[in-house]
Ligand binder design. Sequence first.
Ligand SMILES: *[C@@H]1O[C@H](CO)[C@@H](O)[C@H](O)[C@H]1NC(C)=O
Ligand SMILES: *[C@@H]1O[C@H](CO)[C@@H](O)[C@H](O)[C@H]1NC(C)=O
Ligand SMILES: *[C@@H]1O[C@H](CO)[C@@H](O)[C@H](O)[C@H]1NC(C)=O
Ligand SMILES: *[C@@H]1O[C@H](CO)[C@@H](O)[C@H](O)[C@H]1NC(C)=O
Ligand SMILES: *[C@@H]1O[C@H](CO)[C@@H](O)[C@H](O)[C@H]1NC(C)=O
Ligand SMILES: *[C@@H]1O[C@H](CO)[C@@H](O)[C@H](O)[C@H]1NC(C)=O
Ligand SMILES: *[C@@H]1O[C@H](CO)[C@@H](O)[C@H](O)[C@H]1NC(C)=O
Ligand SMILES: *[C@@H]1O[C@H](CO)[C@@H](O)[C@H](O)[C@H]1NC(C)=O
Length: 398
Amino acid sequence: MLSSKRKYSQPQDQDQDQDHHYQQTKQESTKDCHDWLTLLVTALVPLMIGVFTVVITIAQQSSADRQRQQEQQQADNLQNERIFSVYVDDISKLLLTKEVTMDNKALIYIRTKTLSSLRKLDTQRRKHLLLFLYESQLLQYDKAKKHDRSTLNLAGANLNHIHIDKPRNFNNLSLPGVELNNASFTDCHLQHSRFADAQMNNIRFTNSFLAGTRFSRCSLEQADFRNTTLTHVSFRSAVLRHADFTRAWTKGVDFTNADLYGALMTEKHLEEAEFLENARLPNGSFAMIQEKNLVINGENVGCHKKLLSPWMMEAAIIKTFQHYSSSLNCSFGIANLSSMSPTSIEQSVLVANYSVLIDSGKAEYNFSGLFGGNAYARITFLTNGAVKTGKRVMIGKN
Ligand SMILES: *[C@@H]1O[C@H](CO)[C@@H](O)[C@H](O)[C@H]1NC(C)=O
Ligand SMILES: *[C@@H]1O[C@H](CO)[C@@H](O)[C@H](O)[C@H]1NC(C)=O
Ligand SMILES: *[C@@H]1O[C@H](CO)[C@@H](O)[C@H](O)[C@H]1NC(C)=O
Ligand SMILES: *[C@@H]1O[C@H](CO)[C@@H](O)[C@H](O)[C@H]1NC(C)=O
Ligand SMILES: *[C@@H]1O[C@H](CO)[C@@H](O)[C@H](O)[C@H]1NC(C)=O
Ligand SMILES: *[C@@H]1O[C@H](CO)[C@@H](O)[C@H](O)[C@H]1NC(C)=O
Ligand SMILES: *[C@@H]1O[C@H](CO)[C@@H](O)[C@H](O)[C@H]1NC(C)=O
Ligand SMILES: *[C@@H]1O[C@H](CO)[C@@H](O)[C@H](O)[C@H]1NC(C)=O
C-alpha cells in the first residue's frame, strides 16, 4: 500500500499524485494478471497432459473391452453353431435310419436332445431349430394321419423371444405346453395348430391366419391378434387379459371360461363368438353363467337300477339299492356287506369351466340333499394340483 501512504503524506500535490496512484494501481493489477497467467499456463500444461493421458487410457481400455467382447461373441457364436450343427446332424441321421413312427424311444431321445440343445442355444438358433423340427414333420399334428411321423412333445421348451415375421406356413403346428413369451408369428399360416397350456404372454400374431387353432388354457396376456382370422379357434379357459383383437375375425370362437378382462374388442367380436359361458368380459362382467346341477345322482339322466358311474365305491363291498324313484327324484341307499361300520361313496366334480368365476370371487353354489338315517354329505375343494383349498362343507348332520 505504498501509493496510499504517499497520497496522505503529500496532499499538496494531489493531482499529480492521483495520477501516479492510478498508474501504480494499474501496473500492479497488470502484474497480478501476468502472475495469474503464468500460474494458469504452468498449471494447465500438466493438467492438459493429465487429461490427455486419462482420455487415452480410457479409450485404450474401451477398445480392449470391445475387442474382448467381440472375441467372446465370436466364441459364443462358434459354440452355438457347433451345438446347432451337431444337433441337426444327429437328428437327421436318426430320422433317415430309424422309423420314428412306432419307435417311442426315438421320440424320447429326440425330445431329450432337443430340450438340452434349446437350453444352450441363442434365440436365432432356437428359431432355426424350431423350423428344422417343423420341416422334419416332427411338430405337425395330423388327425387324418396324412404323414406317418409321430408328433414330438416339446412341453416345457423355452421358445421365448422367437420372431417369425415373414409369411410362412405353420399349419398343424403342435406346440402344447411350451413357453413362447414375447415371441411373434406375424403374417403366418397357423391353421389347425395346437398350443394348449402354452405360456404365450405378449405374443404377436398380427395378420396371421389361425382358423381352427386351439389355445385352451393358454396364458395369452397382452397377446396381439390384430387383423387375424380366428374362425373356430378355441380359447377355452385361456387368459386373454388386455389382448388386442382389433380387426380380428372371431366367428365361431369358443371363449368358455376365458378371461378377457381389459381386452380390446368390439360388441361384434363377442356376438360372433360361439361360446361365452363363464367368460369374464373386457369390462369385468360375466355374460352368461352356466347354471346346472354338477352332481350326477339320477335326476338329470333318469333313474337307474344301479348307482351311476360317477359315484366311486369299493366294488363288491358296497351294495347300493334303489329306494324310490320318480321322474324328478331318485333316492338310493348304500350298505357295506362286510361290516356294520360307516360306509361312504364319492363323486368328483370338475369345476375347471368355472375357474375365472372362482378366482374372481364371484362363484356361488347351492348344495342340497335329502337324508335319511345317519347319512350326511360333505364337499372338499381341491386345486389343480390336488391340494385341499377353501372351506369344507358338511350338510345333513345335526
Ligand atoms: C391338419 O389338421 C387337420 C385337422 O386336424 C387335418 O384335417 C389335416 O389333414 C391336417 N393337414 C396336414 C397337412 O397334416
Ligand atoms: C417379455 O417382455 C416384457 C417387457 O417387454 C418383460 O417384462 C418380460 O420379462 C419378458 N418376458 C420374458 C419371458 O422374457
Ligand atoms: C391383414 O392381414 C392380411 C393377411 O391375412 C393382409 O393381406 C392385409 O394386408 C392385412 N391388413 C392390414 C391392414 O394390415
Ligand atoms: C359389459 O360389457 C358387456 C358386453 O360388452 C355389456 O353387455 C354389459 O352391459 C357391460 N356391463 C357393464 C356393467 O358395463
Ligand atoms: C323327492 O322325494 C322326497 C322324499 O321321498 C319328497 O319329500 C320330495 O318332495 C320329492 N321331490 C320331488 C321333486 O319329487
Ligand atoms: C367296508 O368295510 C370294510 C371292513 O370293515 C372296510 O375295510 C371298508 O373300508 C369299508 N368300505 C367303505 C367304503 O367304507
Ligand atoms: C366345459 O364347457 C364346455 C363348453 O361349454 C363343455 O363342452 C364341457 O363339457 C365342459 N366341461 C365340463 C367339465 O363341464
Ligand atoms: C341358491 O339358493 C338361493 C335360495 O334358495 C337362491 O336365491 C339362489 O338363486 C340359488 N343360487 C343358485 C346358483 O342356484
